[in-house]
Ligand binder design. Sequence first.
Ligand code: FAD
Length: 302
Amino acid sequence: MRIDERIASGTEPAFSFEFFPPKTEDGEANLNAALAELARLDPTFVSVTYGAGGTPAQKGKTIDIVSRIKADHGLEAMAHFTCVGAHVDELRATLDRMREAGIENVLALRGDPPAGVDAKNWVAAEGGLNYSRELIELIRADYDFAVGAACFPEVHLAAESAESDLRYTREKVEAGARFLITQLFFDNQLYYDFVARARDAGIDVPIIPGIMPITNVSQVKRFTEMCGASIPPGLLRELELRTDQPEAAADFGVAYATMQCADLLANGAPGIHFYTLNRSPSTRAILSALRCLAPWRRPVSA
Ligand code: FAD
């Protein structure tokens, strides 16, 4: 089923889980274990990344995992897809494979540049596409996927300005993106301000906040640096107090993300997209607690 329709028809906010294709046998086992645990939570959809973090895209693997999730777990699954390193003909060939595999939902992205290359120095492949909007246009012209796109409450690293970034985000929606998923953030005010600016700019699709439960202090510092997100000073202080206590850091990560999600849902966020990093315990604890509390039924403001 198309994700935009699932979001619109859901009886609770849209909860989704993001996974990445593992590269090792241990990683494969981790993913399978996480999938088995998290499938029981009956998410609205799950998604699988495509070459994220500048790792070479394992094209077939994203498609295989999405198909496997649909077949083995009965979940709706979305394939991420990027413009990186591919001629338009290759992009079409991969989209054909997705269609043949019965995939109905695609998150259309420009894609991270190869590891070590700054987002500002991203270069399109020869005969390829420069921006995600062009990929959305290509998909909408010749395919029937429900398309989602990315957005950046703290402004994309390579953007000329916050205004231009918002304008280009609107272009993605005008080109056919039916929902947006945000980059991770740790200060909800950034999301609220972004949504207000997006609505003023005429962007009317659901904007799903992307939340990463912190499980590891050095990892979150690395990720935020890579994607241009900030760590509020109070959060950073508490994390640094737990640098040598991984379990305490992960427990604190669950507490922080649960409060962050509860506040977002009480204030009208249409769902939560969890960056699971192929691990289940934190996401499972957070979503279970949210369902007990159901903050979306007790809004603190409109
Ligand atoms: P675009 O929309 O193309 O924007 C890129 C930059 O170009 C922005 O700075 C924008 O302001 C600017 N821009 C857009 N249009 C124009 C224009 N016409 N003229 C001038 N400038 C313009 N990466 C992966 O490699 N694989 C993944 O699976 C993956 N999954 C992701 C999932 C989510 C939810 C998010 C938020 C990000 C994900 N990423 C992934 C990262 C993403 O690909 C990078 O952040 C990328 O740099 C930007 O992608 P985009 O689709 O927003 O790019």
